[in-house]
Write a protein that binds this ligand. Structure first.
Ligand SMILES: Cc1ncc(COP(=O)(O)O)c(C=O)c1O
Length: 471
């Protein structure tokens, strides 16, 4: 038998020793071998912590300082970090020595994860395709929609974010991501988010394959108006187009229901997920599409592999997905997100009454945006105007910096040129952690109101390296 080497017959790779020896070189390594702007940005805004450990809602640096992670890896860590249940499942899968990625096979775990995801849809007339990222799920949606309808145009909403691969970028509603990367996929057209008349005008041409839309836009945290998704679905269907709902960020309980679309009484034709399905460990995404769409793509045997992805159904990804769904149910995570999210929203509404800079608090579940705007009082208004003349959105950067530096809470700006602070706390966030955030923001806003003028110099240094990473 051609066996693997016995434990004493191979040289182990010791990740602990490597990190102990070279972990401190991380920023220098990134400067030299990766994107050199990232370490510069992180240093400038004081986000250059040396994280060495993570657990639940917390990150820990080399000095043992604890940070409350209200960014969650852009929404990956719904279950918190290093969840023991996910780790155990992955170790078990490795111990089973399963036949991974045989490719010419039908493996049980992908079948089971597909069954579990379809089981969360409004009815069972759906099928799954597995990917390794959110963007790849969106690419799949574009291909499926074009193939199933034999039409080429794809509509998307302004401000939309669907990922940064070429097809997904063609559906991106933000100039800062598109600049210098054109020419885009032909036939992709934006419509104003929430505007049904504009959507109808585009659909009437009769050449639209799909309208791709987020139920809550990640960039800026804009919630779809009441009734919008339902009416959009009706319009799409009336004009022979498909409705694709991108739940890469909103899915798996983030907004207080398993899918955000459940709050809109709508039956989407295609749904994308990724991020949280990974359990925070193994990249995994999926497209859940109406069976009739899938059957039109794979309509005969010689088309069995017209769309596929080498790593899509890998055993660790499928295990992470199944273990994540199991844990969501076992720990009532979706219900917790709904309860804690409501408490957090109401705590933040309280801040709106106390701080004139807070214009609006919006979101669902644990996807929340806090928008700042020009204050009413003369003194603050003049300072605000001066600050914003340097760069729109600068004020929010001046909020996230002390939140991190003084309160150890990691948050983000919701998008370039927007004054929206965005939080994506892990769905396991406790009431105490939610209160800690509200108190910290209260404190930071109070300080800023007292010293906005003095902070002019700080603002100038932040104006250059805008934090564009926000999702
Ligand atoms: C709604 C939405 N779709 C797609 C993506 C792209 O996902 P990924 O970064 O995994 O490619 C994102 C990422 O933030 C997203 O928020």
């Amino acid at each position: 038998m051609n066996a693997n080497p016995a434990p004493d017959e191979f040289e182990p790779f010791d990740v602990r020793a490597l990190l102990a020896q070279r972990g401190k070189e991380a920023f220098a390594l990134h400067e030299r071998y990766l994107n050199p702007q990232m370490p510069r940005v992180l240093r400038t805004i004081g986000f250059d912590a040396d994280y060495v450990r993570a657990e639940g809602a917390y990150l820990f640096d080399r000095d043992g300082r604890r940070y409350l992670d209200f960014l969650s890896g852009f929404g990956v860590f719904a279950l918190g970090r290093c969840h023991p249940g996910i780790e155990q499942a992955l170790r078990d899968a490795i111990d089973c020595a399963l036949p991974n990625l045989v490719q010419m096979e039908c493996a049980p775990l992908s079948g089971l994860l597909a069954e579990a995801l379809v089981g969360r849809m409004p009815n069972d007339a759906y099928r799954c395709f597995f990917t390794s990222s959110g963007a790849e799920s969106v690419e799949t949606v574009i291909k499926y929609a074009r193939c199933a309808t034999r039409r080429s145009r794809i509509l998307f909403a302004d401000h939309a974010f669907h990922g940064l691969t070429m097809g997904a970028l063609s559906l991106n509603g933000a100039r800062e991501f598109r600049d210098r990367f054109g020419t885009f996929l032909p036939g992709c057209q934006s419509v104003p988010f929430g505007n049904l008349d504009a959507l109808q005008r585009e659909l009437e041409a009769g050449d639209v394959a799909a309208f791709v839309v987020e139920p809550i836009q990640g960039k800026g945290v804009f919630v779809a108006p009441e009734g919008y998704l339902r009416a959009a679905a009706d319009l799409c269907h009336r004009h022979g187009a498909l409705l694709a709902i991108d739940e890469v960020q909103t899915g798996l309980g983030r907004t207080g229901t398993f899918f955000a679309f459940e709050q809109s009484d709508v039956e989407p034709d295609l749904v994308t997920v990724a991020k949280a399905l990974s359990g925070g460990y193994v990249p995994v995404g999926a497209v859940i599409a109406k069976s009739e769409v899938v059957e039109r793509v794979f309509d005969k045997m010689d088309r069995a592999v017209v769309h596929s992805s080498t790593f899509g159904q890998n055993v660790l990804a499928m295990t992470a997905g199944l273990a994540t769904l199991h844990t969501l149910d076992a720990e009532s995570i979706v219900e917790r997100a709904s309860t804690i999210g409501a408490a957090l929203l109401s705590g933040l509404e309280g801040l709106k009454k106390r701080h004139e800079l807070v214009h609006e608090v919006r979101g669902r579940g644990l996807m929340i945006g806090i928008e700042f705007s020009r204050p009413r009082s003369m003194r603050l208004r003049a300072q605000w105007t001066l600050l914003e003349s340097m760069r729109t959105g600068l004020f929010t950067q001046m909020v996230i910096v002390p939140l991190f530096r003084d309160h150890g809470i990691l948050t983000q700006v919701a998008g370039d040129h927007q004054n929206v602070l965005k939080i994506l706390p892990p769905l396991i966030t406790t009431e105490e952690q939610a209160e800690q955030f509200v108190d910290a923001l209260d404190d930071v806003l109070g300080d800023l109101e007292r010293s906005l003028g003095l902070l002019f110099g700080v603002g100038r240094s932040l104006a250059l390296p805008a934090i564009r990473a926000g999702r």
